[in-house]
Design a protein around this ligand. Structure first.
Ligand SMILES: [Zn+2]
Length: 72
């Protein structure tokens, strides 16, 4: 199977971002999801996109953030 490519618009970098998701990743994502659409966190260029994907790995909404909090 070829990778599944998702595309979304990032309001921080003002670009349409394409991400190729390997089949193994898509299978893990579908196993992890306990509801649809389910969020995928995609860090890039120092910020984060939260991309909501449905069971067909289609984009159903996007949020972006510059902030993540990590406990020490
Ligand atoms: Zn971005």
């Amino acid at each position: 199977m070829p990778p599944t490519t998702i595309r979304f618009y990032c309001d921080i970098c003002k670009k349409t971002v394409s991400v190729a998701l390997p089949e193994d990743f898509c299978n893990d994502f579908k196993k992890s999801a306990d509801k649809w659409p389910y969020p995928l966190v995609y860090p890039h260029e120092g910020h984060y996109a939260i991309v909501y994907l449905d069971e067909d790995m289609k984009e159903r909404g996007v949020n972006v953030s510059r902030m993540v909090f990590k406990e020490n």
